[in-house]
Design a protein around this ligand. Structure first.
Ligand code: FAD
Ligand code: NAD
Length: 451
């Protein structure tokens, strides 16, 4: 065993880096290890590169919305190669700069595939390490698919590295990944099909707003098939033939590419957690509320690889990592606060949510629910840019005058939802929100009318 650390962190994504930095800054001897270049999913293969590529799609869509309103967008197109180079301008420096930042606070940065060799000992590509504690922050990977031909399906990482975007793409699953990537691809001129096995896509979002988004997507070439199962993918001369089944009826769709958007599972299966006596499932390492493994006090987990009430999102990963680090450092049992964490699907327009769904708030007998629905498509913010689809649904408890949930679809929603998240987290009443004066005209200045 070559070293003995206070903490070893497996995974240099948002969770792992946050915890390693906090513990090293507090004076602990910390090592972190990753099998891939440092940065994790969000910075290298998820949130950040995706939203850079989306910028191209925003410009195309924005110009089209202004057709006949002073903009001649004829000939405007995405140069995918240049857009990808723009993406690389951000992603390529990430591993080096992240590693330098860790080294600067005294963290030993290791490279290789880590596996448990005992309760708190690891092997990294054959070299043994000992530590007082191990934090599992290994993230998630695409859920294995069972249908014949699943090996032809590429994942979101492959998509975000495509050299060219083909004319036809079929997405498996109707969640975040498929909607975001289909909306992006559609603005490059691609015809996209999203196949979801359930009756309702984007299940964690407001169903009324999802229907508006599905309609808006259809207008730009995103076709959503519901309650449909994929039974086979087979290569044909040009692309793939995908067999779909719905209500016992079979049909085939020809496509150039099939992309995985059917959910992600915790990346734990080759970690040899059994050697550490750690219980786990596809949602992650089984942890107590304060993020310590239920069956091994020396092991902790945070982010996508921890089985918690938090969604697999970057802000959740960072927040859990900080809480786990603080609990390890101070021997406390603080639990993460998930209140008011917003989530956004970066379609065009974007769809967001914070707090309760309408169904959850309706079912809660303690809430005297008022639902404020607004079709905002004729409001100034949408009119100005020619957007035809936007809406808001704000859920308020009449008794306390507090916002308990907020659901928005439309331009600027991804920013506006942060104010509503803050209101939910710190308990700002709608009366107080309305008393604040926003700069005009901004998306923030729409808030008062939504309440
Ligand atoms: C396409 C896509 C888009 C997304 N967009 C958003 C978004 O817009 N907003 C948002 O909030 N969330 C988004 N997410 C989710 C977000 O990326 C994750 O929730 C977040 O990155 C999780 O961070 P993490 O630190 O838990 O795991 P990760 O960032 O996945 O880091 C885990 C690291 O562990 C390493 N690792 C795994 N096993 C081992 C091992 N045995 N040995 C060594 N290293 C190992 C991996 O190489 C990886 O670097 C997106 C996800 C995807 C896939
Ligand atoms: N903007 C963001 O914050 C963002 C973006 C991308 C991903 N993410 C995170 O990554 C996670 C994974 O995203 P995702 O889109 O892969 O999953 P998801 O859980 O959002 O959606 C998966 C969908 O696929 C369907 N499905 C599963 N298996 C299927 C099959 N065999 N055939 C047809 N449909 C099938 C499910 O019914 C579900 O609707 C998300 O839960 C989210 O937390 C977040």
């Amino acid at each position: 065993m070559s070293e003995s650390y206070d903490l070893m962190v497996i995974g240099a994504g948002m969770a792992g880096v946050a915890a390693a930095t906090k513990c090293a800054t507090a004076g602990w001897r910390v090592a972190i290890v990753d099998a891939l270049p440092y940065g994790g999913t969000c910075a290298l293969r998820g949130c950040d590169p995706k939203k850079i590529l989306r910028r191209g799609a925003e410009i195309i869509d924005g110009a089209r919305l202004m057709r006949g309103k002073g903009i001649d967008e004829g000939g405007l197109r995405i140069s995918w190669g240049e857009l990808m180079a723009h993406k690389h301008g951000f992603t390529d420096p990430v591993p080096r700069s992240m590693e330098d930042t860790l080294t600067a606070v005294g963290v030993d940065t290791l490279h290789g595939h880590a596996q448990f060799a005992g309760p708190t000992s690891l092997e990294v590509d054959g070299t043994g390490y000992g530590a007082a504690r191990v934090l599992v922050a290994t993230g998630a990977r695409p859920r294995p698919l069972g249908f014949p031909g699943h090996e032809h399906v590429i994942d979101s990482t492959d998509f975000l590295d495509l050299d060219t975007v083909p004319a036809r793409i079929l997405f498996v699953g109707g969640g975040f990944v498929s909607f975001e990537l289909a909306h992006l691809a559609a603005r490059t001129g691609t015809t996209t099909v999203i196949v979801d096995r359930g009756p309702r896509p984007l299940t964690s979002f407001d169903p009324d707003l999802v229907e508006l988004l599905v309609d808006r997507g259809r207008q730009v070439g995103v076709d959503v098939r519901r309650s449909t199962t994929i039974t086979a993918v087979e290569p044909v001369d040009r692309g793939y033939r995908v067999t779909l089944e719905r209500d016992g009826q079979s049909e085939t769709v020809e496509t150039d590419l099939v992309v995985h958007g059917a959910g992600r599972v915790a990346a734990l299966d080759d970690l040899r957690l059994d050697a550490a006596g750690v219980e786990w499932g596809e949602r992650g390492v089984r942890v107590s509320g304060h993020l310590q493994a239920t069956t091994n006090p020396g092991v902790w987990a945070a982010g996508d690889s921890a089985d918690t009430a938090g969604m697999p999102l970057t802000p959740v990963a960072v927040s859990e990592a900080k809480v786990a680090a603080s609990n390890m450092l101070k021997a406390t049992t603080t639990t993460p606060d998930y209140t008011g964490i917003p989530t956004a699907v970066f379609t065009i327009p974007e769809l967001v949510r914070v707090g309760m769904s309408e169904a959850e708030a309706t079912a809660d007998a303690a809430i005297d629910l008022v639902v404020r629905c607004s079709d905002t498509s004729t409001w100034y913010s949408s009119y100005r840019i020619g957007e035809t689809t936007s809406a808001a649904k704000i859920l308020i408890d009449r008794t306390t005058d507090l916002v308990v949930g907020a659901h928005l679809l439309g331009p600027g929603s991804g920013e506006l939802v942060n104010t509503l998240g803050l209101a939910i987290k710190v308990g700002i009443t709608t009366r107080q929100l309305k008393s604040a004066t926003a700069a005009y005209p901004t998306h923030g200045s729409d808030l008062g009318a939504m309440l």
